[in-house]
Design a protein around this ligand. Sequence first.
Ligand SMILES: *Cc1c(COP(=O)(O)O)cnc(C)c1O
Length: 385
Amino acid sequence: MSQSKIPLLDLKAQYETIKDELAVAVSGVLESQRFILGPEVEALEHEIADYCQAAHCIGVSSGSDALLISLMALDIGAGDEVITSPYTFFATGGAIARVGAKVVFVDIDPQTFNIAPQQIEDRITPRTKAIVPVHLYGQCAEMEPINAIAARHGLAVIEDAAQALGAEYQGRRAGSLGTVGCFSFFPSKNLGACGDGGAVTTNDGQLADKIRCMRVHGSKPKYFHKIIGGNFRLDALQAAVLRVKLKYLDRWTADRQRNAANYAKLFAAKGLDGALATTPQPVQDRHVFNQYIVRLSDRDRVQAYLKEQGIGCEIYYPVPLHLQDCFADLGYQTGDLPRSEAAANSTLALPVYPELSPAAQQRVVDEIDRCYEALGKNTTLRHAA
Ligand SMILES: *Cc1c(COP(=O)(O)O)cnc(C)c1O
């Protein structure tokens, strides 16, 4: 039986549709020989600021660097504590540790996989300086209670919006909801560069000026340094590529949302949406589905089976940050943050990319169904929530 493979993400399919435009954009930068900052980066910054409903945007070298430069610009460092979710990509916790601050993890809401606001206040101490909510998989964290807690305690809010460009919370865009918003243009993000890239957004003009200055080693004017920054620049070539792709982002997002809605129907039609599989809850807000995540009974066996069938799927993330070796000195044990641990042990990302066909989606769900049949999971588990 040789059925065609279904990748987790098909960047070539996207490339085919915009190849010519990208070639023109790239050759424009090559002809200009302006590779460092300049007009393409400036134009993209205006476009991203508009898109995020934020007053300012600073293009930077990656999503990880967006987090790092934001923490640096907020003067967060040794002796400070920063609260975040352990169920995220490593960079979220890594950036906090890299500035010398202590990472304080708060468990997630199992429904959304985002930080549970009710648990934040218990972990605030006189040393707490900021909260870093992560808009995981493309859905915004509960920003209203988070901002209220931050305001009560005088804390900064750094949105890790790396997976959430265009996501909304109560009608407002990710990147305009906290003190600063951090974005990634890693190729697998909804707006992906041809390499690394990132951005910081903010409504705070002074903070924007500081980040802009820190992006070039804190140099202002050139060769005079009042503060220490680094090389955090976004390449002009990447900016030119991103400007082409940004025009298509809303269309791609709509396609991702359509695919997500279709999965929900397909799972329900098989009676899988219950004890065997849990699909994302429908939300009022704009979820941009950077990943489509299901909770599965016997997750590891289903994943192995899908891989054998040539279906791309991935575990995001297998080890929550509080249990990573490099954070052992923080003293967390297995069982301390049970909802994050349960998520790490039960979730699987399925293909949801914009170009994914309905037939391919049907096959993904058919194969999961077949796997449960093979595992002897009988009908009593179906439709049983
Ligand atoms: C991708 C990602 C980052 C880091 O972005 P890079 O551009 O790869 O450095 C940070 N946080 C989250 C949640 C991410 O998904």
